[in-house]
Ligand binder design. Structure first.
Ligand SMILES: Cc1cc2nc3c(=O)[nH]c(=O)nc-3n(C[C@H](O)[C@H](O)[C@H](O)COP(=O)(O)OP(=O)(O)OC[C@H]3O[C@@H](n4cnc5c(N)ncnc54)[C@H](O)[C@@H]3O)c2cc1C
Length: 265
């Protein structure tokens, strides 16, 4: 049993989230144990974690779990991963994590995680979830956004209309959600191109036929890619309140200790 941050060091951290107040009011801190870790596609690792608190965890599809993956001196280093599924009866949460291969504390912990390993989690986090009363939903972004898009698409009723435009490395990474809604999926394959390039996604969204009526567009992935997609959709007349963008990671830059892309500068 390995602890991501050993208890002695955990207690000595200068932790901005020592109290779950402010933006963290309503979240729960828990000690999670790894039940299972396996590759589900060439580029995606599935982790199943368990904790007693999961029996009562309320969350909305699209929200995430913040894991304390490491400590940098006395500073906590956290990373955020979307709740792909929650089985309250079995007290198990599923996280699908991109194996990006670059050096990062999240990637390092995921790569080494074995059954019995222990890590602190705080959930639920995040403000992006399904907008109500929309006639259609469009989800677009890179592979890191796929777990959130899948969780949200699977929560839509059979009468809903949704579209997914997701860039993944290879056709083997094209893992479609088990949605009951009317769901159309456009997979974009990155092949040898590095992650974090906006070109293919921007071109796809620039020419995508948008359904009539009021829809909601959810964007997630590399920060500059999300920005480029926002601009593309704004240029197509989608008003800001119909866009739910979220920067997940920054190309060539480690995320900040609270798990979001570090600010430029
Ligand atoms: C609300 C929220 C929900 C998220 N949900 C998920 C999720 O469900 N699944 C998931 O896989 N990710 C998710 N992410 C993104 C994930 O937290 C980041 O990718 C994070 O940077 C990973 O941490 P790390 O320590 O591995 O890399 P960091 O230390 O942050 O970065 C190290 C290096 O790795 C590179 N890098 C980081 N992420 C990627 C990537 N995805 N592809 C290519 N290169 C990368 C960086 O450019 C940098 O060069 C989410 C982020 C947020 C904010």
């Amino acid at each position: 049993m390995t602890e991501a941050v050993p208890a002695g060091l955990r207690d000595a951290l200068e932790d901005p989230f020592a109290e779950l107040t402010g933006a963290l009011a309503g979240t729960t801190r828990m000690k999670l144990e790894v039940s299972e870790s396996r590759r589900i596609t060439p580029g995606m690792q599935r982790l199943i974690l368990t904790a007693p608190e999961l029996a009562d965890l309320a969350y909305r599809p699209g929200q995430d779990m913040m894991l304390l993956v490491a400590a940098d001196g006395r500073r906590p280093v956290r990373r955020r991963y979307t709740i792909r599924a929650l089985d309250a009866a079995r007290r198990q949460v599923t996280l699908d994590v991109v194996r990006h291969g670059a050096a990062g504390p999240g990637e390092r912990w995921i790569a080494s995680a074995e059954p019995g390993d222990v890590i602190e989690g705080i959930a639920p986090r995040g403000k992006v979830f399904l907008a109500e009363g929309r006639e259609w939903h469009l989800f677009a972004g890179d592979q890191a956004g796929l777990p959130a898009f899948s969780a949200m698409a699977e929560a839509l009723p059979a009468t809903a209309h949704a579209q997914l435009v997701v860039e993944v490395p290879t056709p083997e990474d094209a893992l479609a959600p088990a949605a009951v809604a009317d769901l159309r999926i456009d997979w974009l394959y990155r092949g040898e191109r590095p992650a974090g390039d906006s070109g293919a996604l921007v071109r796809a969204l620039a020419r995508l036929a948008l359904p009539p009526g009021d829809g909601q567009v959810y964007l997630a992935g590399e920060a500059k890619v999300v920005l480029a997609l926002r601009e593309t959709l704004a240029g197509r007349g989608i008003p800001p309140e119909r866009l739910s963008p979220k920067a997940y990671w920054g190309l060539g830059r480690a995320n900040a200790g609270h798990g979001e892309p570090a600010k430029e500068g």
